[in-house]
Design a protein around this ligand. Structure first.
Ligand SMILES: CC(C)(COP(=O)(O)OP(=O)(O)OC[C@H]1O[C@@H](n2cnc3c(N)ncnc32)[C@H](O)[C@@H]1OP(=O)(O)O)[C@@H](O)C(=O)NCCC(=O)NCCS
Length: 156
């Protein structure tokens, strides 16, 4: 398995990761409407194309297949992990960890923290991030679904 920056040719495969992981992840905790809303907003062809052009999207590739993706961007001058998704059949093989490592390695030298938010009730994501040094810093209501819980990891 290899982790690298995504390019324009990966756009369809990156979108497929969203289309396959969102129903499995958020259907049970937030419902079908939330899944439809999120896929339309964050995984449309246009949204995926922009995230790749922004040079902050990574892909994990096994053989010829994209099995996971991560997108890092910025909010108020601090890096934010906007997406980290691994295809359901590939969880537990170190792919999410490798994507997170690639994101951390890509941050500018002056970055002092990495932020992210996960959906309340996504216990697998919460455990994954806690074990990797993220701590909860805020909780934001989301009119479209469960609260968003913000975490951050301080960087050395
Ligand atoms: C959270 C997520 C990205 C982690 O990716 P992953 O490739 O499964 O992560 P890893 O394999 O590197 O680590 C998973 C951990 O669970 C353990 N694990 C073992 N078997 C597992 C299994 N079948 N499924 C999930 N985790 C398993 C791993 O050993 C590892 O333990 P550790 O934290 O003590 O090291 C992935 O579960 C995912 O895509 N979830 C759905 C989408 C999601 O919630 N994304 C986050 C949005 S904020």
């Amino acid at each position: 398995m290899d982790v690298r920056l995504a390019n324009a040719k990966d756009a369809y495969a990156v979108r497929l990761v969203g289309l396959r992981t969102w129903p499995a992840t958020y259907g049970p905790i937030a419902g079908a409407d939330y899944v439809s809303y999120g896929l339309a907003r964050w995984w449309s062809p246009e949204a995926v194309r922009r995230s790749i052009e922004g040079q902050g999207t990574f892909v994990a590739v096994a053989g010829d297949d994209v099995v996971g993706t991560a997108t890092v961007g910025e909010l108020d001058g601090s890096p934010v992990l906007w997406k980290l998704y691994v295809l359901p059949d590939f969880h537990g093989f170190g792919i999410g960890s490798a994507l997170l490592e690639a994101v951390l390695a890509s941050l500018p030298p002056g970055a002092d923290r990495l932020r992210l938010s996960y959906v309340d009730g996504n216990d697998e994501a919460e455990r994954f991030y806690r074990r990797r040094g993220f701590v909860e810093v805020a909780r934001h209501p989301d009119p479209e679904g469960p609260d968003g819980i913000w975490m951050e990891k301080m960087l050395a």
